[in-house]
Design a protein around this ligand. Structure first.
Ligand SMILES: Nc1ncnc2c1ncn2[C@@H]1O[C@H](COP(=O)(O)OP(=O)(O)O)[C@@H](O)[C@H]1O
Ligand SMILES: [Mg+2]
Length: 257
Protein backbone atom coordinates (compact mmCIF):
# COMPACT_ATOMS: atom_id res chain seq x y z
CA UNK A 1 0.00 0.00 0.00
CA UNK A 2 2.70 2.54 -0.84
CA UNK A 3 1.59 6.12 -0.88
CA UNK A 4 3.52 9.00 -2.24
CA UNK A 5 4.43 11.72 0.22
CA UNK A 6 3.88 15.31 -0.88
CA UNK A 7 6.36 18.15 -1.13
CA UNK A 8 5.91 21.08 1.23
CA UNK A 9 6.51 24.75 0.64
CA UNK A 10 6.39 27.42 3.32
CA UNK A 11 6.46 31.03 2.20
CA UNK A 12 7.28 33.56 4.86
CA UNK A 13 5.17 31.94 7.58
CA UNK A 14 4.67 33.76 10.87
CA UNK A 15 2.66 33.26 14.02
CA UNK A 16 2.41 35.41 17.12
CA UNK A 17 0.80 34.73 20.48
CA UNK A 18 0.15 38.17 21.90
CA UNK A 19 3.58 39.77 22.02
CA UNK A 20 5.41 36.49 21.56
CA UNK A 21 6.61 35.78 18.06
CA UNK A 22 6.53 31.96 17.96
CA UNK A 23 7.41 31.62 14.27
CA UNK A 24 9.12 34.48 12.52
CA UNK A 25 8.97 34.52 8.73
CA UNK A 26 9.99 30.95 7.88
CA UNK A 27 10.41 30.02 4.22
CA UNK A 28 11.22 26.44 3.38
CA UNK A 29 11.00 23.83 0.65
CA UNK A 30 10.81 20.18 1.61
CA UNK A 31 11.16 17.55 -1.09
CA UNK A 32 8.55 14.83 -1.54
CA UNK A 33 9.54 11.67 0.30
CA UNK A 34 12.12 13.25 2.56
CA UNK A 35 12.64 12.83 6.28
CA UNK A 36 13.36 16.17 7.91
CA UNK A 37 14.33 16.59 11.56
CA UNK A 38 13.44 19.81 13.32
CA UNK A 39 15.60 20.48 16.36
CA UNK A 40 16.03 23.42 18.70
CA UNK A 41 15.58 24.49 22.28
CA UNK A 42 12.22 24.45 24.00
CA UNK A 43 10.15 27.47 22.96
CA UNK A 44 11.93 27.92 19.62
CA UNK A 45 8.70 27.44 17.65
CA UNK A 46 8.97 23.83 16.46
CA UNK A 47 5.50 22.69 17.55
CA UNK A 48 3.85 25.85 16.27
CA UNK A 49 5.49 25.35 12.87
CA UNK A 50 4.16 21.76 12.65
CA UNK A 51 0.67 22.69 13.79
CA UNK A 52 0.36 25.30 11.08
CA UNK A 53 0.87 22.56 8.49
CA UNK A 54 -2.23 20.66 9.62
CA UNK A 55 -4.13 23.81 10.59
CA UNK A 56 -4.29 23.15 14.30
CA UNK A 57 -2.83 26.67 14.40
CA UNK A 58 -3.47 29.29 11.73
CA UNK A 59 -0.53 31.44 10.61
CA UNK A 60 -0.94 35.17 10.81
CA UNK A 61 1.10 35.65 7.69
CA UNK A 62 2.48 33.70 4.76
CA UNK A 63 1.44 30.66 2.80
CA UNK A 64 1.79 26.87 3.19
CA UNK A 65 1.48 24.61 0.18
CA UNK A 66 1.35 20.84 0.60
CA UNK A 67 1.60 18.94 -2.66
CA UNK A 68 -0.31 21.16 -5.06
CA UNK A 69 -2.69 22.71 -2.52
CA UNK A 70 -2.41 25.80 -0.35
CA UNK A 71 -3.53 24.38 3.01
CA UNK A 72 -5.95 27.24 3.63
CA UNK A 73 -7.90 26.07 0.56
CA UNK A 74 -8.44 22.58 2.03
CA UNK A 75 -11.13 21.72 4.56
CA UNK A 76 -9.27 21.06 7.85
CA UNK A 77 -10.94 17.65 8.28
CA UNK A 78 -9.84 16.52 4.84
CA UNK A 79 -6.40 17.98 5.42
CA UNK A 80 -5.97 16.01 8.64
CA UNK A 81 -6.88 12.79 6.88
CA UNK A 82 -3.98 13.44 4.52
CA UNK A 83 -1.60 14.31 7.34
CA UNK A 84 -0.72 11.93 10.15
CA UNK A 85 0.08 13.58 13.46
CA UNK A 86 1.93 11.89 16.32
CA UNK A 87 2.97 13.63 19.51
CA UNK A 88 4.48 12.80 22.87
CA UNK A 89 2.08 11.11 25.32
CA UNK A 90 -0.13 10.29 22.39
CA UNK A 91 -3.29 10.47 24.44
CA UNK A 92 -5.08 7.30 23.47
CA UNK A 93 -8.71 7.30 24.52
CA UNK A 94 -8.53 5.31 27.78
CA UNK A 95 -12.06 3.90 27.57
CA UNK A 96 -11.69 2.60 24.00
CA UNK A 97 -10.01 -0.59 22.83
CA UNK A 98 -6.79 -0.40 20.85
CA UNK A 99 -8.73 -1.34 17.72
CA UNK A 100 -11.12 1.55 18.16
CA UNK A 101 -8.31 3.93 19.02
CA UNK A 102 -6.58 2.99 15.77
CA UNK A 103 -9.75 3.30 13.73
CA UNK A 104 -11.01 6.56 15.20
CA UNK A 105 -9.91 8.56 12.15
CA UNK A 106 -11.68 6.13 9.83
CA UNK A 107 -14.76 6.26 12.02
CA UNK A 108 -14.82 10.08 11.90
CA UNK A 109 -14.35 9.95 8.13
CA UNK A 110 -17.29 7.54 7.84
CA UNK A 111 -15.12 4.78 6.39
CA UNK A 112 -16.71 1.61 7.62
CA UNK A 113 -15.73 -0.71 4.76
CA UNK A 114 -12.97 -3.21 5.62
CA UNK A 115 -12.21 -1.62 8.95
CA UNK A 116 -11.27 -4.85 10.68
CA UNK A 117 -8.80 -5.76 7.93
CA UNK A 118 -7.33 -2.28 8.02
CA UNK A 119 -6.79 -2.50 11.80
CA UNK A 120 -5.05 -5.85 11.36
CA UNK A 121 -2.86 -4.41 8.62
CA UNK A 122 -1.96 -1.38 10.76
CA UNK A 123 -1.08 -3.52 13.79
CA UNK A 124 1.22 -5.53 11.58
CA UNK A 125 2.75 -2.38 10.13
CA UNK A 126 3.75 -1.10 13.58
CA UNK A 127 4.79 -4.60 14.69
CA UNK A 128 2.19 -5.13 17.39
CA UNK A 129 0.60 -8.57 17.91
CA UNK A 130 -2.96 -8.90 16.63
CA UNK A 131 -4.30 -9.83 20.07
CA UNK A 132 -3.61 -6.27 21.24
CA UNK A 133 -6.64 -5.13 19.23
CA UNK A 134 -9.07 -5.99 22.02
CA UNK A 135 -6.96 -4.58 24.87
CA UNK A 136 -7.38 -1.27 26.60
CA UNK A 137 -4.58 1.36 26.46
CA UNK A 138 -3.58 0.93 30.13
CA UNK A 139 -2.76 -2.71 29.39
CA UNK A 140 0.04 -1.64 27.03
CA UNK A 141 3.57 -0.41 27.75
CA UNK A 142 4.53 3.16 26.85
CA UNK A 143 6.35 1.96 23.74
CA UNK A 144 3.37 -0.13 22.64
CA UNK A 145 1.07 2.86 23.16
CA UNK A 146 3.28 5.01 20.94
CA UNK A 147 3.11 2.28 18.28
CA UNK A 148 -0.67 2.51 18.48
CA UNK A 149 -0.28 6.28 18.05
CA UNK A 150 1.69 5.72 14.86
CA UNK A 151 -0.87 3.17 13.62
CA UNK A 152 -3.70 5.61 14.33
CA UNK A 153 -1.88 8.37 12.45
CA UNK A 154 -1.38 6.07 9.44
CA UNK A 155 -4.96 4.76 9.36
CA UNK A 156 -6.26 7.17 6.72
CA UNK A 157 -3.20 6.56 4.49
CA UNK A 158 -1.66 10.00 4.82
CA UNK A 159 1.31 10.91 2.65
CA UNK A 160 2.71 13.31 5.22
CA UNK A 161 3.57 12.51 8.82
CA UNK A 162 4.15 15.25 11.38
CA UNK A 163 5.80 13.84 14.48
CA UNK A 164 6.32 16.05 17.50
CA UNK A 165 8.81 14.39 19.86
CA UNK A 166 6.94 11.14 19.25
CA UNK A 167 9.23 8.88 21.24
CA UNK A 168 10.65 11.44 23.65
CA UNK A 169 9.04 10.04 26.79
CA UNK A 170 10.29 6.48 26.25
CA UNK A 171 13.35 4.73 27.65
CA UNK A 172 16.39 4.88 25.32
CA UNK A 173 16.26 1.24 24.21
CA UNK A 174 12.57 1.37 23.29
CA UNK A 175 13.11 4.71 21.62
CA UNK A 176 15.96 3.40 19.48
CA UNK A 177 14.01 0.42 18.26
CA UNK A 178 10.93 2.54 17.48
CA UNK A 179 13.07 5.08 15.68
CA UNK A 180 14.63 2.31 13.59
CA UNK A 181 11.30 0.80 12.74
CA UNK A 182 9.76 4.14 11.91
CA UNK A 183 12.59 4.90 9.52
CA UNK A 184 11.92 1.64 7.68
CA UNK A 185 8.19 2.41 7.59
CA UNK A 186 8.83 5.89 6.21
CA UNK A 187 10.86 4.40 3.38
CA UNK A 188 8.54 1.51 2.67
CA UNK A 189 5.45 3.71 2.48
CA UNK A 190 7.19 6.52 0.60
CA UNK A 191 6.10 9.07 3.18
CA UNK A 192 7.23 12.62 3.71
CA UNK A 193 8.04 12.97 7.43
CA UNK A 194 8.88 15.94 9.60
CA UNK A 195 10.02 14.89 13.04
CA UNK A 196 10.70 17.19 15.98
CA UNK A 197 13.28 15.85 18.37
CA UNK A 198 15.51 17.24 21.10
CA UNK A 199 17.87 14.34 20.56
CA UNK A 200 20.52 15.33 18.04
CA UNK A 201 21.84 11.77 17.78
CA UNK A 202 18.35 10.68 16.71
CA UNK A 203 18.17 13.52 14.18
CA UNK A 204 21.58 12.63 12.75
CA UNK A 205 20.56 9.00 12.44
CA UNK A 206 17.08 9.49 10.99
CA UNK A 207 16.98 12.52 8.80
CA UNK A 208 18.04 13.43 5.28
CA UNK A 209 18.04 16.99 6.42
CA UNK A 210 18.22 18.76 9.77
CA UNK A 211 16.70 22.15 10.48
CA UNK A 212 17.79 23.97 13.62
CA UNK A 213 15.24 26.45 14.97
CA UNK A 214 15.92 29.28 17.33
CA UNK A 215 13.54 32.10 18.32
CA UNK A 216 11.06 31.29 15.56
CA UNK A 217 13.60 31.13 12.75
CA UNK A 218 15.53 28.40 11.02
CA UNK A 219 19.16 29.06 11.85
CA UNK A 220 20.73 26.07 10.18
CA UNK A 221 19.61 23.80 7.37
CA UNK A 222 22.02 20.99 6.68
CA UNK A 223 22.44 17.31 5.94
CA UNK A 224 23.64 15.16 8.84
CA UNK A 225 27.08 14.91 7.20
CA UNK A 226 27.32 18.69 6.90
CA UNK A 227 26.19 19.12 10.47
CA UNK A 228 28.77 16.69 11.81
CA UNK A 229 31.70 17.91 9.76
CA UNK A 230 30.88 21.29 8.38
CA UNK A 231 30.51 24.85 9.40
CA UNK A 232 26.88 25.25 10.46
CA UNK A 233 26.89 28.49 12.42
CA UNK A 234 27.08 29.17 16.13
CA UNK A 235 23.62 28.00 17.28
CA UNK A 236 23.80 24.71 15.46
CA UNK A 237 27.39 24.29 16.60
CA UNK A 238 26.32 24.45 20.25
CA UNK A 239 23.60 21.84 19.65
CA UNK A 240 25.73 19.42 17.72
CA UNK A 241 28.94 19.65 19.79
CA UNK A 242 28.00 16.91 22.29
CA UNK A 243 26.75 14.22 19.87
CA UNK A 244 29.69 15.01 17.60
CA UNK A 245 32.09 14.41 20.50
CA UNK A 246 30.23 11.19 21.40
CA UNK A 247 30.47 9.96 17.83
CA UNK A 248 34.20 10.72 17.72
CA UNK A 249 34.68 8.88 21.04
CA UNK A 250 32.81 5.80 19.78
CA UNK A 251 34.88 5.74 16.61
CA UNK A 252 38.10 6.01 18.67
CA UNK A 253 37.01 3.10 20.92
CA UNK A 254 36.22 1.02 17.85
CA UNK A 255 39.70 1.63 16.45
CA UNK A 256 41.36 0.36 19.64
CA UNK A 257 39.72 -3.06 19.61
N1 LIG B 1 -1.14 28.33 22.66
C1 LIG B 1 -0.17 29.19 22.98
N2 LIG B 1 -0.46 30.34 23.64
C2 LIG B 1 0.50 31.23 23.94
N3 LIG B 1 1.80 31.07 23.65
C3 LIG B 1 2.16 29.96 23.00
C4 LIG B 1 1.20 28.96 22.64
N4 LIG B 1 1.84 27.96 22.00
C5 LIG B 1 3.14 28.31 21.97
N5 LIG B 1 3.33 29.50 22.56
C6 LIG B 1 4.63 30.20 22.69
O1 LIG B 1 5.24 30.26 21.43
C7 LIG B 1 6.63 29.99 21.51
C8 LIG B 1 6.97 28.76 20.68
O2 LIG B 1 6.36 27.62 21.28
P1 LIG B 1 6.41 26.17 20.63
O3 LIG B 1 6.03 26.27 19.20
O4 LIG B 1 5.61 25.29 21.48
O5 LIG B 1 7.96 25.84 20.73
P2 LIG B 1 8.72 24.43 20.83
O6 LIG B 1 7.82 23.38 20.27
O7 LIG B 1 9.97 24.63 20.04
O8 LIG B 1 9.02 24.20 22.28
C9 LIG B 1 6.94 29.84 23.01
O9 LIG B 1 7.34 31.09 23.49
C10 LIG B 1 5.60 29.44 23.59
O10 LIG B 1 5.50 29.83 24.93
MG1 LIG C 1 7.13 21.62 21.15
Amino acid sequence: MPVSGPSIRLKNISRHYGNVCAVDGVSLDIAAGSMVALVGLSGSGKSTLLKMMNRLVEPDGGEIIIGADPVDSVDPHILRRRIGYVFQNIGLFPHMTIARNIAIGLELAGETEGRRERIAELLELVELPQEMASRMPDQLSGGQQQRVGVARALATRPGLMLMDEPFGALDPVTRDSLTDQYKALHQRLGLTTIIVTHDMAEALYLADRILVMEAGRIRADATPAELVSGNVGEEAEALVAIPRAQAAHLIALGNKS
